[in-house]
Design a protein around this ligand. Structure first.
Ligand code: TYD
Length: 221
């Protein structure tokens, strides 16, 4: 049983995903009778948040790309089982900050994990729970990293923000590759544009995908 709508937000550092998720959640809550659930990866459950802390502190780095991919996937399995699948079964919108495409991009960026292995891992991890719509917030890595730094202030740099700009440039390409391979699911959004414009591009893609589908749902604003 799956009546819900699963929307994921992907992209490099500092692309503005969390702001855009907040905006879309508010718009959906105002316009629809459906429940809206917002969540994030790695994380979303107590166990997955514990794994998040370990990974982002760099404590799993020595496992290598595939080892880290296994940890992200373990966290994802808990998140899917406890939060995402039940919410979709209730008919909710689930808006998730990062999901499986981040594993493909980040853990696949150096090529060490091997694309076939990552594809197989993704299949067994997701067990059919795939996003209906994925927004890839695209921007040059220098712009994203500068924004992330500003947001961070005095706080410490995390495991992946600390990678070189070259790594982030490969990430960007990886996300664009995913979008090219799955144009039905993915929408590339220019995240250099002002926040308002990005939000509008996201709303209109949702409107296009789900032009108000039932009488219980009011029209989009
Ligand atoms: P977060 O602080 O949420 O970063 P952002 O604000 O950029 O989303 O930290 C999540 C980090 O973990 C981010 O650098 C991307 C990385 N990541 C992976 O490497 N693989 C994954 O599967 C996921 C979900 C995240």
């Amino acid at each position: 049983m799956r009546n819900g709508r699963f929307i994921t937000f992907e992209g490099g550092e500092g692309a503005g995903k969390s702001t855009q998720i907040r905006r879309l959640a508010a718009a959906l809550r105002a316009a629809h009778a459906r429940e809206v659930v917002t969540t994030r990866e790695p994380g979303g459950t107590p166990l997955a948040e514990r794994l998040r802390a370990i990974i982002l502190a760099g404590k799993a780095r020595d496992l290598g790309d595939f080892g880290e991919a296994l940890l992200f996937s373990a966290a994802r399995i808990d998140h899917i089982d406890r939060i995402i699948r039940p919410a979709l079964a209730r008919g909710a919108y689930v808006l998730c900050d990062r999901f499986a495409d981040s594993t493909r991009a980040y853990q696949g960026a150096r090529g060490g994990a091997g694309e076939n292995m990552l594809t197989t891992l993704e299949r067994v991890t997701l067990d059919g729970v795939r996003p209906d719509l994925t927004f890839i917030l695209d921007l040059p890595p220098e712009v994203g990293l500068a924004r992330a730094e500003k947001r961070r202030g005095q706080g410490g740099i995390d495991r992946f923000e600390g990678e070189a700009v070259a790594f982030h440039a490969v990430l960007r390409e990886k996300f664009l590759e995913i979008a090219r391979a799955e144009p039905e699911r993915c929408r590339v959004i220019d995240a250099v544009k002002p926040e308002e414009d990005v939000a509008e591009a996201i709303f209109s893609a949702c409107r296009e995908k789900w032009p108000h589908t039932s009488t219980e749902e009011k029209k989009w604003a």
